[in-house]
Design a protein around this ligand. Structure first.
Ligand SMILES: Cc1cc2nc3c(=O)[nH]c(=O)nc-3n(C[C@H](O)[C@H](O)[C@H](O)COP(=O)(O)O)c2cc1C
Length: 324
């Protein structure tokens, strides 16, 4: 059965960042935030030999597996894999504008074909898992509410319950994925307006939420918020979410965070690069003055794969800097 889960605060899917290791750190820092995997192409999900490494979910629930694809059979299989790996949700990416993704016929270009997206959503749907969508407002340089509404009208026929909206258009040629996250203007009003038409669908607002006060304020008007780059740049901000958004106790930054994290990553050394294993945690140095010595020592230890020494050093760092 599908569980009722809060999506008031979601950490956006980010390729290269929301790895299983990052999600472990996020979950140590916040009990209530809803997490996402990176986007994984359905073909990789089904055929990749390193599948275990990319989708491992060590009880970091609540969490969604995001996929990119548009082949119906593959999507049905992907949904089953998400269930097998204990994900709470399978999410279809209809927002990524990159050229590679367009070549594979997935991501934002699918917004051109709302019937296909509807069929894709139906392929993902299953009694055991929530099937959701992440989309943009539309395509091209011009914002057009009617296009967005007609798109959602079609998708709503699937009975979908949750839609994440990156509240700007995608521009499919002439600008990079990075430009596609800054150049097309944001329009939160489109999301407000569609919510009025579909009060029973949960719409999660995404795009440009660059501080926690903004997130908290937007929650007065929207069902939930999804935050990407703010967390990418400083995941340790998540330690405040349970208090600020969920009115529970916040997480203190102490040595138990380091110990919990290392407990998860140590057995993976040898199967995964030490950089990928450690990079989420190394954001701990974000804007902490006088941490240069620590950083350079860690770099040296990383070259020699001295994971125990890195753990000891980071424990020393949190104890010395008192980061709370
Ligand atoms: C490095 C990076 C990778 C991203 N990868 C994905 C992805 O795999 N799937 C996806 O739906 N969106 C992806 N996005 C877009 C984010 O999920 C989010 O929609 C976007 O960054 C806007 O939110 P923000 O303003 O809070 O960053 C990525 C964004 C960044 C910065």
């Amino acid at each position: 059965m599908k569980k009722e889960i809060s999506r008031k605060f979601c950490v956006a899917p980010m390729m290269g960042y929301t790895t299983p290791y990052a999600r472990k750190l996020y979950r140590i820092l916040t009990k209530n935030s809803f997490l996402f995997s990176e986007m994984i192409a359905t073909k990789s999900l089904i055929f990749s030999k390193s599948r275990e490494n990319i989708i491992d979910n060590d009880f970091n629930n609540p969490v969604a597996l995001q996929v990119g694809g548009s082949e119906i059979e593959d999507l049905t299989k992907a949904s089953q894999i998400a269930i097998n790996y204990n994900y709470d949700e399978i999410n279809l990416n209809v927002g990524c504008p990159s050229k590679a993704v367009q070549k594979g016929s997935f991501g934002a270009c699918l917004m051109k074909d709302k019937i296909l997206v509807r069929n894709c959503m139906e392929a993902l749907q299953n009694d055991k898992i929530e099937a959701t969508l992440k989309c943009r407002l539309g395509l091209g340089r011009k914002l057009n509410y009617d296009f967005f509404e007609e798109f959602i009208d079609e998708i709503s026929k699937t009975g979908i319950r949750i839609i994440y909206v990156h509240a700007r258009n995608a521009i499919l040629s002439g600008i990079s994925p990075h430009g596609n996250r800054t150049i097309p203007p944001l329009n939160y009003n489109f999301v407000k307006k569609i919510k009025k038409k579909y009060p029973n669908i949960t719409f999660i607002l995404n795009g440009g939420i660059d501080n926690l006060d903004k997130a908290e304020n937007l929650l007065k008007e929207f069902d939930g918020v999804m935050v990407g780059r703010l967390i990418k740049n400083n995941p340790f901000i998540l330690k405040d979410i349970d208090k600020k958004i969920f009115k529970e106790k916040n997480r203190l930054i102490d040595e138990s965070i380091i110990e919990n994290y290392f407990e998860y990553i140590k057995p993976k050394l040898g199967f995964e690069s030490i950089f990928r294993l450690l990079s989420p945690l190394l954001n701990i140095f974000f804007s902490v003055p006088h941490s240069k010595n620590y950083k350079s020592k860690i770099n040296d230890y990383m070259k020699d794969q001295k994971i125990n020494l890195i753990e000891d050093l980071l424990i020393k760092f949190v104890n010395e800097k008192k980061l709370n």
